[in-house]
Design a protein around this ligand. Structure first.
Ligand SMILES: Nc1ncnc2c1ncn2[C@@H]1O[C@H](COP(=O)(O)OP(=O)(O)OP(=O)(O)O)[C@@H](O)[C@H]1O
Ligand SMILES: [Mg+2]
Length: 239
């Protein structure tokens, strides 16, 4: 069954069509990869799906129901959560505060604090509970973005470049977390430029170029698709 259906979604910013008539469906329990050049519209697509900005046109269904016009906090309670490409931090909150806030989605405060500590340990950040996010390394900031998502107990996570800027060795921890989550039944949609990661994790890949979907196939088929090679792999295959 499709948990997420994106149906002819368009998003314009003035005269710019950032997302143009894009359709795809994500099966429950799948790991779908989304790739495309810088400025292709991937983050805009996530912002539209997760309720941060409305689509200009089109329909989006989550678990069979339309979610157009539903606010991000309500979507998180329904089990749809997104991470942010540009890591968002608050100067006066500790990492534990940040993850506790996310955990409050489904738990009372005492439980939320305990659960947040558990989630931080799970992503490999034990001992960093009382640091402020601004002082964290890029790798830890990315892990914190993952922890925030996990703490909401999602059914489906939209991950926007959580591996960007990490060395291949540093991607091992977040990759293991994604695999483990997926093995527990969580559906994953991930935008990622790090090709070895997307090739190893994704069951299917959607390619976006200038706002339009230009391909959708298995990772093996995608790397042989001439339109995808022309649009994207020229600069990214050996990344
Ligand atoms: N709030 C906004 N207002 C106006 N234009 C925007 C806005 N957000 C994005 N855009 C434009 O929409 C296009 C798509 O941007 P988007 O950030 O979605 O691309 P992307 O595929 O995520 O790129 P990257 O790989 O660099 O993260 C770009 O031309 C961008 O400048
Ligand atoms: Mg982006």
């Amino acid at each position: 069954m499709a948990i997420l259906e994106v149906d002819k979604v368009t998003r314009r910013f003035g005269g710019l069509v950032a997302v143009n008539n894009v359709s795809f469906a994500v099966a429950e329990g799948e790991i779908l990869g989304i790739i495309g050049p810088n400025g292709a519209g991937k983050t805009t697509l996530f912002s539209v799906i997760s309720g941060f900005i409305p689509p200009s046109d089109g329909e989006i269904r989550f678990a069979g129901e339309s979610i157009v016009g539903v606010s991000p906090d309500r979507l998180v309670r329904r089990g749809l959560v997104r991470s942010f490409q540009v890591v968002q931090t608050f100067a006066d909150m500790t990492t534990l505060d940040v993850v506790t806030t996310a955990a409050l989605t489904r738990r009372p405060i005492r439980e939320a604090i305990d659960y947040a500590a558990h989630v931080l340990t799970r992503v490999g950040m034990a001992g960093k509970e009382l640091l402020t996010p601004a002082t964290l390394s890029l790798q830890d900031k990315k892990l914190l973005e993952l922890a925030k998502c996990l703490a909401t107990d999602p059914r489906c996570i939209l991950l926007d470049e959580v591996m960007a800027g990490l060395t291949i060795a540093e991607t091992e921890a977040p990759m293991a977390i994604v695999r483990e989550l997926n093995s527990q039944g969580v559906t994953i949609v991930m935008v990622e430029h790090v090709m070895p990661v997307i090739m190893r994790l994704a069951t299917r890949i959607v390619v976006i170029n200038f706002g339009e979907k230009i391909a959708e196939a298995t990772p093996e088929a995608i790397v042989k698709d001439q339109r995808v090679i022309d649009a994207y792999f020229g600069e990214h295959l050996d990344a």
